[in-house]
Design a binder for this molecule. Structure first.
Ligand code: NAD
Ligand code: KPL
Length: 305
C-alpha cells in the first residue's frame, strides 16, 4: 500500500497536518478545489506554517480531484458541510484498500461520508488543536491541543499512526471516538451559540450561568438517552472550566459569524436537536437556542443548514 498522505483541503487544519507531515519527510499531496486554486498555490511556492513566530515554507506537491492516480490514504480536512461531496468527487480514485481519516467537528458528516464508501475504512478524528489562516497558503499554529482518533467499526489501530508520532502530531487511538465527538459536540452546543447570541467572548458567558447550566442538563440527558452516558459525566463542570480557561477567546462559531462564513450549526446544535427528536427526548431549551441561532444567521444572510 502506498504511504502517501493525500490531504483534501488546504485550509487551517489541512495545512497544519500537511506541513508537519512534510517536515517529517512523509509523502504528502494536497488536493485543491480546482485548477485556479492549484495555479494560485503553485505561484505561491507552497504552504507556509507559522509556529512560535517562525515561518517555514513547504513546497508540498498539489493536485485537483481530476488528477489521475489512486489514493490509498485520504485525510479529509474540509468543513463538515463539504465533506460528503468532496469525497464523492474522489470516488473514482479511491483504491480498494483506501482509508479515510475524517477531521470534521460535530457529528453527522462522518456517517454521510461512510455511507458513500461502505467498502472502505473510515476513521474519525476529534481535534482540539487550533490553527488559522492569515492569508491563502499560510497557516498559523494557534493553540496546542490533541487529536483523538478511532474507528467505531474496528478497534484495531492502523500502523500509520507512527507517521503522526514522527511528525510530532499529538494523538491517541481510542476505541471510544464517538464518546469524544459527542462530548466535544456538547461543549460546542453549550458555549458557541450563546457567544453568538450574546455577542461576547467565551468569558462573557460567566454572566449567564443559569442559561448554560440549563443547556448542559438537557445535553447530559440527551447523551444518556442516545447511549453516551460517559460523555454526559460532569458536563456542566467541564463547560464552566472551558469557559474560564478560554475566557479571552471568541468561539469558533462567533468568529465564523463575524467574518460572514458559513457555520457548522447543522452538525452541532442541529445534530443534537435531530437526535433528540429521533429518541423522542424533549429538549425545549436546545430547540429554542437552535431557532434563535437560525434567525440570527438568516438575518445576516448566512446559511442556517
Ligand atoms: P477551513 O475552512 O480553514 O479549510 C477547509 C478547506 O477545505 C478550505 O480551504 C476549502 O476550500 C477546502 N475544501 C472544501 N471542499 C473542498 C473540495 N471539494 N476539494 C478541495 N478542497 C476543498 O476549515 P478548518 O478550520 O481547517 O476546519 C476543518 C474541520 O476541522 C472543521 O470541521 C472544523 O470544525 C475542524 N476543526 C478546526 C480547527 C481549527 O483550528 N481550524 C480545530 C478543530 C477542529
Ligand atoms: O471548541 C471551542 C470552539 O470555539 O469551537 C470551544 C469554545 C473551546 C468550546 O466550545
Amino acid at each position: 500500500m502506498s504511504s502517501t498522505w493525500h490531504i483534501l483541503g488546504a485550509g487551517s487544519l489541512g495545512s497544519l497536518w500537511a506541513c508537519r507531515l512534510a517536515r517529517a519527510g512523509k509523502a504528502v499531496r494536497l488536493i485543491l478545489r480546482d485548477p485556479q486554486r492549484l495555479a494560485a498555490y503553485e505561484a505561491a511556492g507552497g504552504l507556509t506554517l507559522v509556529e512560535q513566530g517562525l515561518a517555514q515554507r513547504h513546497a508540498t506537491p498539489a493536485e485537483t480531484a481530476d488528477t489521475q492516480g489512486p489514493i490509498h490514504r485520504l485525510l479529509v480536512a474540509c468543513k463538515a458541510y463539504d465533506a460528503e461531496q468532496a469525497v464523492v468527487s474522489l470516488l473514482p480514485r479511491l483504491a480498494k484498500d483506501a482509508e479515510l481519516i475524517l477531521l470534521q467537528n460535530g457529528l453527522g458528516s462522518q456517517d454521510a461520508v461512510a455511507a458513500r464508501v461502505p467498502h472502505l475504512r473510515c476513521l474519525f478524528a476529534s481535534s482540539t488543536e487550533g490553527a488559522f489562516r492569515e492569508s491563502d497558503w499560510q497557516v498559523t499554529f494557534a493553540g496546542h491541543g490533541f487529536n483523538w482518533l478511532g474507528d467505531p467499526a474496528n478497534p484495531s489501530a492502523p500502523p500509520w499512526l507512527e507517521d503522526l508520532h514522527d511528525a510530532g502530531i499529538p494523538h491517541q487511538w481510542t476505541p471510544d471516538i464517538l464518546t469524544r465527538l459527542w462530548r466535544k459536540l456538547a461543549l460546542n452546543c453549550a458555549i458557541n451559540p450563546l457567544t453568538v447570541l450574546h455577542d461576547c467572548r467565551n468569558g462573557g458567558l460567566l454572566e449567564h450561568h443559569c442559561e448554560v447550566a440549563t443547556l448542559c442538563a438537557e445535553l447530559a440527558d440527551l447523551l444518556r438517552v442516545c447511549g453516551q452516558p460517559e460523555a454526559a459525566q460532569a458536563l456542566n463542570e467541564e463547560v464552566e472550566r472551558v469557559i474560564h480557561a478560554t475566557a479571552a477567546n471568541y468561539s469558533s462559531m462567533y468568529q465564523d459569524v463575524r467574518q460572514g462564513r458559513r457555520t457548522e450549526i447543522h452538525y452541532l446544535l442541529g445534530h443534537a436537536c435531530r437526535t433528540a427528536a429521533r429518541h423522542a427526548q424533549p429538549v425545549p431549551h436546545l430547540e429554542r437556542l437552535h431557532r434563535r441561532l437560525v434567525e440570527q444567521l438568516n438575518a445576516r444572510g448566512l446559511p442556517s443548514d
